[in-house]
Design a protein around this ligand. Structure first.
Ligand code: NAX
Length: 324
């Protein structure tokens, strides 16, 4: 299998970090035969907590882990990484304006982009999970011009998985019977979960459920508000499902999609489907040879077009605020 793959997790002392590290270390992300050289980054105030996580990882004695490095200097930890999962960000505090959240995270991704630009590789793959994920990803790539744009993506796989569950539950089947749902746009409440091209056990979702009122209404809002519903119930934001989705995202990117199937990834737009070039927009993609390709030629009806434009406009606003 060659040498160990260098995997870095930022914000590793946080909630999602605690859920994702066991999955990564057990081989769920890169396979049961791939050794991993792990790098963990967090801020100095959390280094003590991070040290505790490292002690636990050591005590797990995962057979696939060859090395664990940790610290708070991005230049040191991100160096020569093969895969970086960006979980680290500034959380939204009560009473905080969206604009302030955007600005604070923007500064983090500006700094980490500059570091990545110096110490990253042409092949370093980056997944941004920290919110606002799409715009953080755009900023990261903007400040790391040495790294190909194709290597950057933001996570909408959780929204994708949530859509699969909603459809499966409605159809009375297992989630694995649902294929090719799409999340378009921003990982926010304006995202558009689209089932027009999806199937349940090989049959079109629309025909199987035969309930456009639900598909155009409650289905969409349930997916859009699922994160808030989890916070309300758990008093904490989703972490286990976010970790699982991040592992799914990276596995698909590296191992590819099965023939005839696509998943959702927010990527730097090439202009497909009338979206401004360079905007970090979630699309249906297939993956092969560690590269994503936007699925082309899908018919977009008027209902979809309107929703795709709405979430696009939000992303343009975020970009303009972030780069101002
Ligand atoms: P936590 O607040 O538990 O953990 C975040 C960690 O990041 C903390 O340990 C913090 O010290 C660290 N951090 C802050 N600034 C940093 C910096 N400059 N460099 C490195 N580390 C830094 O949040 P958690 O629940 O783990 O969520 C992580 C991020 O994922 C949040 O931004 C959250 O909003 C986002 N989410 C994104 C989702 C998605 O689908 N794209 C869904 C889940 C999640 O809400």
């Amino acid at each position: 299998e060659g040498g160990a793959v260098k995997v870095v997790v930022t914000g590793a002392a946080g909630q999602i970090g605690y859920s994702i590290l066991p999955m990564i270390c057990s081989g769920h992300m890169l396979g049961a035969n791939t050794h991993i050289d792990l790098g963990l980054l967090d801020i100095p105030q959390c280094e003590e907590a991070l040290r505790g996580v490292v002690m636990e990882l050591q005590d797990c004695s995962y057979p696939l882990i060859t090395q664990i490095r940790h610290g708070s200097d991005p230049r040191e930890i991100l160096r020569d990484a093969d895969i970086i999962i960006f979980l680290g960000g500034f959380p939204r505090k009560a009473g905080m304006e969206r604009k302030e959240l955007l600005q604070r995270n923007c500064n983090i991704f500006k700094e980490q982009g500059a570091a990545l630009n110096e110490v990253g590789k042409q092949t370093t793959l980056c997944l941004v999970v920290a919110n606002p994920a799409n715009t953080n990803c755009l900023i990261l790539s903007h400040f790391a011009p040495n790294i190909p744009r194709k290597n950057f993506s933001a996570m909408t796989r959780l929204d994708h998985n949530r859509s699969m569950h909603q459809i499966a539950a409605r159809a009375g089947v297992h989630s694995s019977a649902v294929k090719n749902v799409i999340i378009w746009g921003n990982h926010s409440s304006t995202q558009y979960p689209d089932v027009n091209h999806g199937t349940v056990n090989g049959h079109p979702i629309k025909q199987t459920l035969n309930d456009d009122a639900w598909l155009h209404g409650e289905f969409i809002t349930t997916v859009q508000r699922r994160g808030a519903a989890i916070i309300e119930a758990r008093k904490l934001s989703s972490a286990m499902s976010a970790a699982k989705a991040a592992v799914d995202h990276v596995r698909t990117w590296v191992q590819g999609t099965p023939e005839g199937e696509h998943v959702s990834m927010a990527v730097l737009s090439d202009g497909s489907y009338g979206i401004d070039e360079g905007l970090c927009y979630s699309y249906p993609v297939t993956c092969a040879n560690k590269e994503w390709h936007v699925v082309q030629g899908l018919h977009i009806d008027e209902f979809s077009r309107e929703k795709m434009e709405l979430t696009k406009r939000e992303l343009i606003e975020e970009r303009d605020e972030a780069l101002s």
